[in-house]
Design a protein around this ligand. Structure first.
Ligand SMILES: [Zn+2]
Length: 344
C-alpha cells in the first residue's frame, strides 16, 4: 500500500500538470459516475489528505444559477494497493499523429506501401509507450507504485488541452461537492503527517485513547494519524526498538512521542525524493531500509535474524468485543526478535 509520501508526490505531479487548466473532457470509468461530464471545469487544486487524493474542480461553466451538481466538486481517489495516476502529454501524441499521417500520405502518393514513420524518422509512435510528462520526469513515481498497467485498469481520465491525467486502478473514485469534503471524504482522518496542519499532540492523544491496542496496528489506523503505511510502520518500530505487538499503554514514557516524531521526520524527508529511504542517502545498490523486506537477513544492529511476522490491521482494541464479522487484514512485517523483543 502506498505511503503518504507516494500520495504527496502523485498530488504534486497532478497539480503541476492540471492546476489552473480547464478540462476538455473527462471519462470516469466507475458505474456511479459513468455519465458524469466534467468538461469546462477548471482544476482548482490537487491536495493530498493522508493517503487520499483530492482533485478540486471549479463550478460548472455557464451555470447561471447554482443548481445541484453545478457547484465546485472534488474528485476523490485512493491508490490502495496498486493504483497510480500518470500524466501523458497530449501535444506529443498529436504531433506524432499528424506527422504519421502526412508521412503516410506522402508514401501513398508516391505509389509505395505507406511507411509509417514516427518523429524524426525513428520508430513509429506507439500509444502504449510511456510518454512521461515533464512534471512526472521531475517527480518520478516511487518504487512502490506499479507501472505498465493496461487500459482495462483505467478508472479515470481527465483531459486538458495539453495533457491526459489517467488514474490506473485507483479505488474509491467519488465526486462530492467540495464543501462536503470533510463530511463525506476525509473528516474521519487523524492529523495528516504531511499536512500543513500536522498536530503531534492530537495524534498522540488519539493513539493513547486506545491503550490496549498493539502499537503496530494503531500506527496504521488512519483515524489516529494519516499517512503511515507498512514501510514506515516497519522502519519506525525497528529504529525505535519497539515490539510491533506491544500495547500502546505499555510503552515507556516518551516512547510513543519518539515513534510518531520519527515517522513524521522520515515521511517529510522522503516526500520529495524519487527513491524512498530510511537509511539516509544510500549509495547505489545499498539497502534502502533497515528492516522492511529483509526477512531472514541479519539485523543491521545486533546480527540476529529478522523475523517475518503477521499483524492484524483490522484488530480492534482488546477492550472492545471482537464481533463475529470482524474482518482480518493481515500484513507481513519484518522485525528483530532481539532488538524489538520487549513489551508485547
Ligand atoms: Zn536486532
Amino acid at each position: 500500500m502506498p505511503e503518504g509520501d507516494s500520495v504527496y508526490r502523485q498530488c504534486k505531479m497532478l497539480r503541476e500538470a492540471l492546476k489552473g487548466h480547464v478540462l476538455d473532457s473527462s471519462d470516469l470509468r466507475v458505474p456511479a459516475l459513468a455519465t458524469t461530464d466534467l468538461s469546462g471545469r477548471t482544476v482548482v487544486d490537487v491536495v493530498p489528505r493522508g493517503k487520499h487524493i483530492l482533485i478540486r474542480l471549479s463550478a460548472a461553466p455557464n451555470a447561471s444559477e447554482l443548481k445541484s451538481g453545478a457547484e465546485p466538486l472534488t474528485l476523490h481517489s485512493h491508490l490502495m494497493m496498486d493504483g497510480t495516476w500518470r500524466v501523458f502529454e497530449r501535444a506529443v501524441a498529436a504531433q506524432d499523429g499528424a506527422e504519421r499521417e502526412s508521412g503516410a500520405r506522402a508514401a501513398s502518393s508516391a505509389g509505395t506501401a505507406p511507411a509509417v514513420r514516427g518523429r524524426r524518422g525513428r520508430q513509429p509512435y506507439r500509444r502504449s509507450a510511456s510518454v512521461r510528462s515533464r512534471a512526472e520526469a521531475r517527480t518520478p513515481l516511487s518504487a512502490d507504485v506499479s507501472i505498465g498497467q493496461g487500459s482495462h485498469t483505467i478508472r479515470a481520465i481527465l483531459r486538458t488541452a495539453t495533457v491526459d491525467a489517467i488514474g490506473f486502478d485507483v479505488k474509491d473514485v467519488r465526486l462530492v461537492p467540495t464543501r462536503l469534503e470533510d463530511q463525506e471524504l476525509v473528516g474521519f482522518l487523524g492529523p495528516d503527517i504531511l499536512g500543513p496542519d500536522w498536530n503531534l499532540d492530537e495524534a498522540l492523544r488519539r493513539l493513547r485513547a486506545q491503550p490496549d491496542r498493539a502499537i503496530g496496528t494503531a500506527l496504521m489506523d488512519q483515524r489516529n494519524l494519516a499517512g503511515i503505511g507498512n514501510v514506515y510502520r516497519v522502519e519506525v518500530l525497528f529504529m525505535t526498538r519497539t515490539n510491533p505487538w506491544a500495547p500502546v499503554g505499555s510503552l515507556p514514557e516518551g516512547k510513543l512521542t519518539e515513534i510518531v516524531t520519527l515517522a513524521h521526520k522520515l515521511l517529510n524527508l522522503n516526500r520529495d525524493r524519487p527513491l524512498r529511504s530510511t537509511v539516509g542517502h544510500p549509495a547505489t545498490g545499498r539497502p534502502l531500509f533497515w528492516a522492511y523486506g529483509h526477512y531472514d537477513q541479519p539485523c543491521r544492529r545486533c546480527g540476529a535474524r529478522l523475523k517475518r511476522g503477521e499483524i492484524d490491521d483490522a484488530a480492534p482494541s482488546t477492550t472492545e468485543a471482537r464481533g463475529a464479522s470482524a474482518v482480518q487484514h493481515l500484513r507481513q512485517i519484518a522485525w528483530c526478535p532481539t532488538c524489538q523483543s520487549g513489551g508485547a
